[in-house]
Design a binder for this molecule. Structure first.
Ligand code: NAP
Length: 318
């Protein structure tokens, strides 16, 4: 934020409901101040029934752009002029850029996760094998952007298997990566859409079964998969405040040194999942990096300037 808001100040912001607890205003305004940019970032509590009019307001008020958060990330799509490939495949937009009267939707959650991996964790996803725990909105954004960044194989493990199968099918149909759905934990919903019921001929080995979607893992098989992957991403809300005592059911003893493990939860900054994974010798990270770099990418899209990453990192509370 500039020392003084002027007649030229460009306005960015956040559309969500609620928005009071967002860290984005602190992060972006610290970056504007640091670079002396005449920009300001404001949080707007946009009620779901006002979303269409709020998006029209981006044009009407000539805002530079906005972030979009819960519950608007999917619902905002019909009101935009254009989507990036990542946003289209993720089915969600968290950043809108307003340029020359056009509104372009980006998904910097997924792209930010990849930038965190490369810049902070020193992990290049190209050619790598990944295990995702969960198949919700965050998993979809992360899976799509890993696949677009060259990840070779994605194993999507989820409680509701049909949801994992849908995400695996999307990756197989729309990206060069190959994906499989994995029942996890090993009970629950086994009802699959008919076209996804084919199993790899050789069982659970991801090298086998061209074009198949579901891995036939019975109890214990996920252990063998854990040993095969380079990266594990925990995308369920288990362990998040105020349920810090919860932890995904996971064979931590199958992790090995050299693997990278990321828990997308960042509050608390060290979850039970991270605690247990650390004992295996794997390199373990929380979700603050993803939060930071989704902001970094949005900042760069709006301003055209290189973001002061460390200034933005220091503006986060943890
Ligand atoms: P979501 O769409 O509701 O998906 C939640 C996922 O977790 C689903 O796959 C769900 O399985 C699974 N799940 C929920 N409770 C479970 C349980 N008790 N046991 C096993 N699986 C369970 O949520 P989301 O938007 O993807 O968000 C998920 C997490 O990511 C949240 O903690 C959120 O804070 C975090 N996140 C972090 C960032 C960041 O910047 N670091 C960004 C976005 C999200 P079913 O399909 O079976 O229901």
């Amino acid at each position: 934020m500039s020392e003084l808001i002027s007649g030229r100040t460009r306005v960015c912001g956040l559309f969500g409901f609620p928005v009071e607890h967002s860290f984005s205003p602190a992060m972006h305004n610290a970056a504007f101040r640091h670079l002396g940019l005449d920009f300001v970032y404001v949080a707007f509590a946009v009620h779901p029934r006002e979303l269409e009019r709020a998006v029209a307001g981006i044009r009407a008020l000539n805002l530079a752009g906005v972030n979009v958060t819960v519950p608007h990330k999917e619902k905002v799509i019909p009101y935009l002029d254009e989507l990036t490939a990542g946003a289209r495949l993720a089915g969600a937009v968290n950043t809108i850029v307003h340029r020359d009267g056009r509104l372009v939707g980006h998904n910097t959650d997924g792209a930010g996760f990849v930038r965190f991996l490369t810049d902070d964790a020193g992990f290049n996803p190209a050619g790598k094998r990944v295990l995702l725990l969960g198949a919700g909105g965050a998993a979809r954004a992360v899976a799509v952007h890993l696949a677009l960044s060259g990840a070779a194989q994605l194993l999507v493990a989820n409680r509701t298997l049909s949801r994992a199968a849908e995400l695996a099918a999307l990756i197989n149909e729309e990206t060069p990566a190959r994906a499989w759905a994995v029942p996890w934990p090993a009970k629950d919903d086994r009802v699959l859409p008919e076209r996804l019921e084919r199993k790899p001929p050789g069982g659970h080995d991801p090298e086998e079964g061209e074009g198949t979607f579901v891995l036939d893992t019975n109890d214990g098989k996920i252990k063998e998969l854990v040993a095969l992957v380079d990266l594990v991403v925990q995308t369920t809300p288990l362990g998040m405040h105020p349920r810090e005592d919860t932890c995904p059911d996971f064979p931590f003893n199958c992790l090995r040194p050299g693997q990278v493990v990321v828990d997308l939860v960042y509050n608390p900054p060290r979850t039970l999942f991270m605690e247990r994974a650390t004992r295996s010798g794997a390199r373990v990270y929380n979700g603050l990096g993803m939060l930071l770099y989704q902001g970094v990418l949005a900042f760069e899209l709006w301003t055209g300037e290189e973001a002061p990453v460390e200034v933005m990192r220091r503006a986060l509370p943890f």
